[in-house]
Design a protein around this ligand. Structure first.
Ligand code: ZN
Length: 442
């Protein structure tokens, strides 16, 4: 589960595991998310790839597959021979993206030269405003598909970045890989970046989106049998703490009933519920312990409905037949709201996760996943989806967040920001001052 800044020791360990394999190889194909940040390292994947390039030398090809929300810097494009990112959000082409990266590596190993173009615009874009099937991002991905269908083009990718990482060199990157034509690759990357930049004001939520109270009122009044109400500001899938209680507080204040909230992270509350036992009443101050900026512990009194060890079979479309052990979990019923409380941070993104707790999501009027856009398995069963633009570290209104380190000007923090092809993009301008020495860590 993504979270805050990764401990340096952990990053060094993971990097070491990759680099210790980097000898006597013909080529390297890696799957990296692309937006990892560690203590003192702003662009972890870039450091990994730089050291990997040093270890294997210039003649060994490196191809990488990335998430659509990767923070790619210009140096990364120089360290690898080919890269491709997911073309879908929610991400349902993970397998195909890995396959494309591997295919590109095999092309190079077969003696074909690939060229890559890279362009980046200073645009902080939350994924919730860039789903691949709708709106402006949908149009952008049709441009990508059209480009990829042309002779000489191997792949094209748009990496929207992880807008909640407060690193200097952030933005939307366009990458085009061609069959050796470097001018074509750069021209087309520039063209994609230019269209993206020209359309920057048009990117909007792919679903209904409202402030918290309005979203709650609309969900309660909805004619649909079930509404999925996304607590988007506290999305663990994007690094949220999962302990912001603003939306839950609004639901209780509105006396909403027949609601399930998945989930609040609060180990102390879980222990209190287990100590009380199933069927017992318990009073706890819920959440608000890690993210103290966007919320505070919410005092509630409820009845313990269920205690679980948190083990279940995933059973979903993405990772079937896989036993997940997520630690102690309870369901605490507060008035008409079933709150799933977990001892570890957890993301509820599959119906199977609810069902493992004896909860049928479609039996509820309102289901609150701490997500932004719904994952495809939730979307598949959702009669209606409303996104609450709620507070938290993954707030989808980036203008409400306090950025300290991103390069400025940056759209939309600076509405008058300008960019054109040939400008020194953020990738060239930023000095990753906190990055480790390139030769270190081997
Ligand atoms: Zn992503």
């Amino acid at each position: 589960m993504p979270g805050g800044v990764v401990e340096r020791e952990t990053f060094e360990f993971l990097k070491g595991k990759i680099l210790e394999q980097a000898h006597d190889v013909d080529g390297v194909c890696l799957y990296l998310h692309g937006a990892m940040r560690a203590e003192g390292v702003d662009y972890c994947e870039n450091v990994i790839l730089g050291e990997l390039r040093q270890a294997v030398g210039p003649a060994v090809p490196i191809a990488i597959a990335l998430d659509m929300h990767a923070n790619i810097v210009a140096e990364t494009a120089r360290n690898v021979n080919a890269m491709v990112a997911y073309h879908t959000a929610p991400h349902i082409d993970t397998f195909e993206t890995g396959e494309k990266a591997a295919a590109m590596l095999l092309q190079i190993l077969a003696g074909r030269r690939l060229a890559m173009g890279f362009a980046k615009i200073p645009f902080l874009l939350p994924g919730e405003k860039a789903q691949d099937t709708v709106g402006t991002m949908g149009e952008m991905m049709r441009l990508v598909a059209e480009l990829e269908s042309r002779p000489g083009i191997v792949s094209a990718s748009l990496m929207n970045g992880h807008c909640w990482a407060d690193v200097p060199d952030i933005g939307v990157a366009a990458v085009v890989v061609t069959e050796g034509d470097a001018v074509l690759a750069q021209t087309e990357a520039d063209r994609l970046a230019t269209v993206f930049w020209d359309r920057r004001a048009d990117f909007d939520f792919g679903t209904e989106a409202y402030p918290v109270d309005e979203a709650v009122e609309l969900a309660m009044a909805a004619p649909e049998s079930t509404v999925f109400l996304s607590d988007s500001g506290d999305n663990p899938g994007a690094g949220g703490t999962t302990d912001v209680t603003a939306l839950l507080a609004s639901l209780l204040a509105h006396q909403a009933s027949n609601v399930v909230v998945g989930s609040i992270w609060d180990a102390a509350a879980v222990d209190a519920c287990i100590a009380a036992g199933v069927g017992q009443e318990v009073s706890v101050a819920l959440g608000g312990k890690l993210d103290t900026r966007h919320g505070r512990p919410l005092p509630v009194t409820g009845r313990v409905r269920l205690i679980s060890d948190g083990s279940y079979y995933w059973g979903g479309v993405r990772d079937p037949h896989h036993l997940v052990q997520r630690g102690k979990t309870v369901v605490l019923t507060v008035d008409g709201v079933d709150v799933i409380v977990t001892a570890q941070r957890h993301s509820y993104e599959e119906p199977a996760q609810f069902r493992a707790l004896g909860i049928d999501p479609l039996a509820y009027k309102i289901v609150v996943p701490k997500r932004g856009y719904l994952t495809s398995p939730l979307e598949a069963i959702s009669p209606r989806s409303i996104l609450a633009v709620s507070p938290g570290v993954t707030n989808c209104d980036v203008t409400q967040l306090e950025y300290r380190r991103v390069n400025r000007p940056m759209y939309p923090l600076d509405p008058d920001a300008t960019w054109k092809v040939g400008d020194q993009g953020p990738g060239e301008r930023s000095v990753p001052s906190e990055s480790m020495p390139r030769q270190g860590g081997l």
